[in-house]
Design a protein. Structure first.
Length: 363
């Protein structure tokens, strides 16, 4: 069988930097002088402790996380956070506000509804989630327990460029599909969560960054594994953490740092997405961009072709040419180019050229 690596534009789990995979391969059987694989180590061992601390330190450095914020490595994916956030903070008599901008925002909202009183601060569902609401459209209250947003809508291809100022109301953001792709002002948020499998590493670990003082106000009458304060107090070692995923994330973080950090990731994301949006906008309607131009994501470029048949022909031809993962989410169809950190400009240019060529031949 051929072992060539394809150009992977999948939405997640996503491509990892080749250098990271090669380093993991070199350390796979015996990690440094530990005499065993990372997967075989006790999570209380010195060798693992170092891996764990280094991953946390790198994430803090790359995202300039203030000292009064906790960084947690949890399991259960971003999906468990849909429930954990309200379980911890949506206490009786309080209300939480949710901005509905897509599939995952809806899922977060639905889980919060199970726990307590929720309010829709804004929804762009009637516009097919093609756009984000303006700050003026958002309706929330100073008394709200928190305001929840999704920073990048993976399925629809929209992304917040700047974030609302919520004052004393904690802003909670699902950053699963754009964390580490740009600098963020962590101090604006009460809590940020992200499944790792797009920009951070393999699946299995979920990152939570939360203001320590708020985190400590969490409910204490819920099972321990669901309490943020328990994980923070134990530095994510309350139980066995996903050690190999955290190790891999550490390698990815070191790679991002060596490449120039999140500022460089943002520059690359601008450049890569501009190539693909450029092809769409210059195609005379052969490719139809899905998101409103003002709400376009730098991570997930969504578009359609004029007919489902043409779309199928495009996806099949792309696959034959070695471009993988271009199908839209199963719930909406269409096409999607995901341009996470590990996707190179060269691969993006190859795809842009393929798209131009396909339009020429089939337009
Ligand atoms: N939130 C967003 C924005 C996502 O893109 C995804 C997955 O694609 C999820 C949540 C769900 O994440 P997980 O599979 O880690 O639960």
């Amino acid at each position: 069988t051929e072992r060539r690596r394809v150009d992977n534009f999948g939405a997640g789990p996503a491509a990892l930097p080749l250098e990271v995979l090669e380093q993991a391969q070199a350390e796979f059987v015996v990690y440094k002088d530990a005499g065993m694989s990372v997967m075989e180590m006790s999570h209380r061992s010195k060798a693992y402790e170092e891996i764990h601390q280094r991953a946390e330190a790198l994430l803090r450095e790359l995202l300039a996380v203030p000292d009064d914020y906790a960084v947690l490595f949890l399991q259960g994916g971003a999906s468990l956070q849909f429930g954990m956030v309200p379980l911890n903070f949506l206490t009786a008599g309080r209300r939480a506000s949710y901005v509905l901008t897509g599939h995952f925002a809806e899922k977060a909202y639905e889980d919060a509804k199970v726990v307590g009183e929720v309010h829709v601060a804004a929804s762009t569902k009637d516009d097919g989630y093609r756009r984000l609401p303006s700050v003026e459209e958002l309706q929330w209250d100073e008394a709200d327990a928190y305001l929840h947003i999704t920073s990048n809508n993976t399925i629809f291809g929209t992304q917040w460029r700047s974030f609302p100022d919520t004052g004393r109301v904690p802003l909670v953001a699902d950053m699963s599909s754009d964390i580490l792709s740009r600098p963020i002002d962590v101090a604006k948020f009460g809590l940020i969560y992200a499944g790792a499998q797009k920009n951070l590493g393999p699946s299995g670990v979920t990152v939570v960054i939360a203001r320590q003082a708020w985190l400590e106000t969490c409910r204490k009458d819920i099972p321990k594994m669901l309490r943020y304060d328990v994980h923070a107090k134990n530095r994510s070692l309350y139980n066995t953490p996903p050690t190999f995923s955290i190790y891999m994330m550490g390698l990815v973080l070191a790679w991002v740092k060596a490449q120039g950090g999140v500022t460089e990731m943002a520059r690359r994301a601008e450049e890569k997405s501009a190539r693909i949006y450029g092809v769409i906008d210059e195609s005379d309607g052969f490719y139809l961009g899905y998101a409103d131009p003002g709400s376009r994501s730098r991570m997930n470029v969504t578009f359609r072709l004029r007919t489902p048949e043409l779309e199928q022909a495009f996806l099949a031809a792309a696959k034959d040419a070695g471009f993988v993962g271009l199908n839209g989410h199963r719930s909406v169809g269409g096409c999607r180019v995901s341009l996470y950190n590990a996707v190179t400009l060269e691969a993006t240019e190859r795809l842009a050229e393929f798209m131009r060529d396909f339009a020429r031949k089939n337009g």
